[in-house]
Design a protein around this ligand. Structure first.
Ligand SMILES: Cc1ncc(COP(=O)(O)O)c(C=O)c1O
Length: 477
């Protein structure tokens, strides 16, 4: 126990509880706090802040609600007309309900076009992907060992991968110059950087599709990653919780699909070093239900993670309900297609709305957000200017967006803007606000730059005269 002294009180809490490694004080979470103080509401608070910093999917609740209305059994503790209340109330097996795990792996296959099948015995249920990621790191890395992560990455990883496990994150620096693609040199540079810091590298963690970019990994990138982890004898974790948000049909390739190719499939060590993380928080829009999973080919990881899952089980009631939903494959087929269609429409609305304001986004095909380029609005290409601009957008425009620096982006001026957690009208309003802000800002800048260039012109005349004319007039002194 350590005594922590603050300015107002003295508390006795553990070092771990007192550390700031959770990253909760980053601008990503601070924006949420600001939103809570003044949330937008169409009629009650039309000037309030619009939440565009939250990767929530609210586009298909009507489908889920109508399924629930037509299928009352799963939500009412019954099965085939009989009560299952007592079984569920007592159920606490950390292996999970077999019918739910079966339905879950089938759903994972559906999202990958049924090109890969998953074995329920290799699946460990967890309370969301947050818990899945932390549990995996507990299983794979000792405190002080490192994971390499391509930047920009999901801000929550600082909390999920590092805080309680004591593991470290070393960035693989990706940039806009090639659309943030992972390259061999960036991977090697990150590996060497870890070594220079005296950190043993235990693995690479990617999100595919990416949060915050909304892009999917190409076959070349996955091949590069598999080659890299195989050569270095480290793990590869692929967080695929956005798999169901890919809206351009065949744009998503899971690492598990690539791993089936003969070239890799016979390499048992490699196959056992690849793990994926899944969740129902994004595609089904159910983050409140806390359902996630680890899928691993390594029996030791599955066994250790299963024991650790005691700290974050999914309630039996939730498993029962979702077993009913996910095993209705006809409905799920329809849901997946509708969800993708609606996400695509929303994505287009945001991209074209921003275009009208002269703003470009990174080309993307997935996710609940766009990666927006506001570099032209920065006073200077620095992270200080990025935060200055972010504050203007939050406090003046009243839009909570996430600055790239909160995602550890290595270039200032990029922002993540979410589009699936609000109505069409609210998205329209947010676009009007941003356009107005940018028009005024660029106008002001151009007046300012006209004034500056007039000043510069007279200044250079003065310098010119100073250099060539010894007889200066008095008012120029
Ligand atoms: C890449 C990524 N992984 C994990 C999580 C956590 O998801 P969950 O709600 O399932 O814990 C998020 C949430 O935004 C995320 O974006």
């Amino acid at each position: 126990m350590t005594t922590i002294t603050t300015t107002t009180t003295t508390t006795k809490i553990s070092d771990l509880a007192a550390t700031n490694n959770h990253g909760q004080d980053s601008s990503y979470f601070l924006g949420w706090e600001e939103y809570e103080k003044n949330p937008y509401h169409e009629s009650d608070n039309p000037d309030g802040m619009i939440q565009m910093g939250l990767a929530e999917n609210q586009l298909c609740f009507d489908l889920l609600e109508s399924w629930l209305a037509n299928n009352p059994e799963p939500a009412s503790f019954t099965k085939n007309g009989k009560s299952v209340f007592r079984n569920l109330a007592l159920f606490q097996d950390y292996h999970g309900l077999p019918e739910f795990k079966k339905a879950f792996v089938n759903y994972m296959s559906m999202l990958r076009g049924n090109k890969v099948t998953f074995d329920p015995k290799k699946l460990v249920l967890t309370a969301g992907a947050t818990s899945a990621n932390e549990t995996l790191i507990f299983c794979l890395a000792n405190p002080g060992e490192a994971l390499l992560l391509p930047t920009p990455y999901y801000p929550g990883f600082d909390r999920d991968l590092k805080w309680r496990t004591g593991a470290e994150i070393v960035p693989i620096k990706c940039t806009s110059s090639n659309g943030y693609k992972i390259t061999k040199s960036a991977l090697e540079e990150a590996y060497n950087s870890a070594k220079r810091q005296g950190l043993k590298v235990k693995g690479v963690l990617v999100t595919n599709p990416s949060n915050p970019l909304g892009t999917t990994l190409s076959k070349e990138e996955i091949t590069l990653l598999l080659t890299f982890v195989s050569n270095k004898n480290v793990h590869l974790i692929s967080d695929e919780i956005y798999a169901g948000t890919v809206f351009n049909g065949s744009g998503f390739l899971s690492v598990m699909e690539v791993l089936m190719e003969k070239k890799w499939a016979n390499n048992k060590d490699l196959v056992q070093s690849v793990h994926i993380v899944s969740s129902l928080s994004k595609d089904l829009g159910l983050p409140g239900f806390r359902v996630g999973a680890i899928y691993s080919n390594d029996p030791l990881v599955v066994s250790a993670a299963t024991k650790m899952s005691s700290f974050g089980l999914v309630s039996a009631q939730t498993q029962h309900l979702l077993a009913g939903l996910l095993s209705d494959t006809k409905f799920m087929d329809y849901y997946i297609a509708q969800n993708q269609r609606r996400l695509q429409t929303r994505h287009s609305m945001l991209v074209s709305g921003l275009k009208k304001a002269g703003v470009n986004c990174l080309d993307s095909n997935s996710g609940l957000f766009c990666w927006v380029d506001l570099r032209h609005l920065l006073k200077s290409p620095t992270f200080e200017s990025e935060i200055e601009l972010w504050k203007e957008i939050v406090y003046e425009v009243k839009l909570n967006v996430s600055p790239g620096s909160s995602c550890h982006c290595s270039e200032p001026g990029w922002f993540r803007v979410c589009f699936a957690n609000m109505s069409d009208d609210t998205l329209d309003l947010s676009m009007q606000r941003i356009k107005e802000f940018i028009d005024i800002k660029l106008n002001k800048n151009s007046h300012q730059s006209k004034r500056n260039s007039r000043r510069m012109r007279s200044l250079s005349k003065w310098v010119f005269r100073l250099s060539f004319d010894g007889d200066r007039v008095p008012e120029e002194r």
